[in-house]
Design a protein around this ligand. Structure first.
Ligand code: ZN
Length: 141
């Protein structure tokens, strides 16, 4: 048993049962960060021992040991005989303004560069403020 604590939380790691009170280890079968912190602190403890057997090479080989037949062309598929055609559902307009920009990929830079027009607006705002101050000073003198 190991107690992992942070500023406002505390998790209990049990190596024998392969559980953690954050429940990520039980759900995924892979030790959570709390368990990894404890396991790596142990002397000469193999981390692979605590990963579920589901992720083993033997299980992978067992899953793909049978032959997976190649798929034929769509025109060669057997026709259905149940007498009706299943149409796709009709799409309804969703609430809110439609999204214009596409979702960025995980490898793309998410930070948006400031456009030249935005920079121009900022520059004009600064110049405008300065010019306004200069004008006010000259009028006061
Ligand atoms: Zn945990």
């Amino acid at each position: 048993m190991f107690l992992f604590w942070g500023t406002d939380f505390r998790f209990v790691v049990n190596l024998q049962d392969k559980t953690c009170s954050c429940r990520q280890w039980q759900v995924s079968g892979i030790p959570c960060k709390h368990a990894v912190a404890f396991i790596t602190s142990l002397h000469n403890a193999p981390l692979e021992k605590y990963v579920d057997m589901y992720y083993s090479i033997d299980k992978f080989r067992a899953a793909y040991q049978h032959l997976i037949p190649a798929m034929t062309d769509k025109r060669q598929w057997p026709k259905s005989t149940h007498g009706f055609f299943m149409h796709p559902p009709l799409l309804k307009a969703t609430a809110g303004r439609p999204k214009i920009e596409r979702y960025k990929g995980c490898s793309e830079n998410k930070r948006k560069k400031a456009s030249t027009s935005a920079l121009f607006v900022q520059a004009m705002a600064i110049i405008g403020t300065t010019a306004r101050k200069v004008i006010q000073r000259t009028l006061l003198l």
